[in-house]
Design a protein. Structure first.
Length: 350
């Protein structure tokens, strides 16, 4: 099956094994992002792991913590951060195995549970946030819910003012995994898949399938993604990092129960063009968890957004965040504006 990987990626075979097999060229966007942050050290599984992080904006302003997804990094939020920075302090970091953080191999286990522990450590000891909104995407959604469980019955000394959940497969039965994800997840096919996969190839695949409008391989955003995938040979750890899908499946009911118990107001914002974490996932979470719980919740649909809606519609998403954090969203159903890409508040629960 792996002989068909380049075809499944939508890129001709010679490109998959030829020019794109080399180390990617430097990316100004990636270098600028690296310059915006720094590192802290996390001790795990008998080794020191360097974690890249960035805190941007006035420390006196309200804080937002952003948790990224698979297989990308905190760079996913850079456009959204630009929109929010005038009014907020935004902190984010790369989980081990992602972006500019260390990518240990040799049996290292990448888990949602440990990343929830790192999140708690980061909040308390590095960013020093006592009150913040929590925004997560994709894999980060599961880390966020594991983090909710972690602090639920502890005297953590922190307060989450609002939770934002963006395009993530929180209920795996309704997900639609890409063929590449299936190949990397299966130990019998992952090694062969890696032989035909390079950072530029992976970045190009994501750009053409998970962004709306699709991004060309030469787009600066795609070149930045390739740079992050190439950092410490990041594609080599994909078979290990993608195992979070099995962990998510194992604990998804516990995660959703934590969301149901939570008293934190929740906003779901979903790019409707996402074919990996389709709208039916968000609809399930709304109907089975959020609609009936006591705490407030809103459900926004983003008509021009794909899986990386924070890239596709950063201005509109920033406007939703501001409305929700000031307690001024409209009553559903409502369009945010008359523009064809206007977010739609599909449902709400006070």
């Amino acid at each position: 099956m792996t002989r068909w990987l380049p075809f499944l990626l939508g890129i001709p075979f010679p490109l998959a094994v030829g020019a794109f097999a080399q180390q990617p060229l430097a990316s100004d966007l990636a270098e600028n992002w690296r310059a915006s942050g720094e590192y802290f050290t996390w001790q795990s599984q008998g080794r020191d792991v360097k974690i890249f992080y960035a805190c941007i904006g006035d420390p006196a302003k309200p804080a937002i913590l952003m948790l990224h997804g698979f297989p990308t990094s905190s760079f996913d939020f850079h456009l959204l951060i630009q929109k929010l920075q005038p009014d907020f302090r935004i902190c984010t970091f790369d989980f081990p195995g992602y972006g500019l953080s260390d990518k240990p191999a040799a049996g290292y286990r990448y888990t949602l549970g440990e990343d929830a522990e790192i999140t708690r450590y980061f909040i308390l000891n590095i960013a020093k946030l006592k009150e913040f909104a929590l925004l997560s995407h994709d894999r980060g959604d599961s880390v966020a819910l594991a983090f909710l469980e972690l602090i639920e019955n502890s005297d953590s000394g922190v307060r989450i003012t609002h939770q934002f959940i963006i395009n993530g497969n929180l209920y795996m039965s309704l997900a639609k995994l890409m063929e590449l994800q299936k190949l990397l997840l299966d130990p019998s096919t992952s090694a062969a898949a890696l032989k035909q996969l390079s950072p530029p190839l992976l970045a190009a695949k994501l750009g053409t399938s998970l962004y709306t409008p699709p991004l060309e391989p030469a787009d600066p955003e795609v070149l930045a993604l390739a740079s992050f995938f190439a950092y410490q040979s990041g594609t080599d750890v994909l078979p290990a990092t993608i195992q979070y899908l099995n962990e998510r499946k194992q604990f998804e009911n516990e995660f959703l129960q934590a969301l149901a118990r939570s008293s934190v107001p929740v906003t779901v914002a979903w790019g409707i063009h996402d074919m990996v974490a389709p709208v039916r996932v968000a609809d399930y979470v709304w109907k089975t968890v959020l609609e009936a719980r006591k705490a407030p919740a809103d459900f926004w649909l983003m008509p021009c957004g794909n899986h990386y809606v924070q890239h596709d519609q950063p201005g509109e998403l920033a406007r939703i965040i501001r409305l929700e954090l000031t307690g001024e969203p409209p009553a559903a159903p409502a369009n945010l504006s008359s523009d064809r890409c206007s977010p739609v508040l599909a449902a709400y629960h006070e």
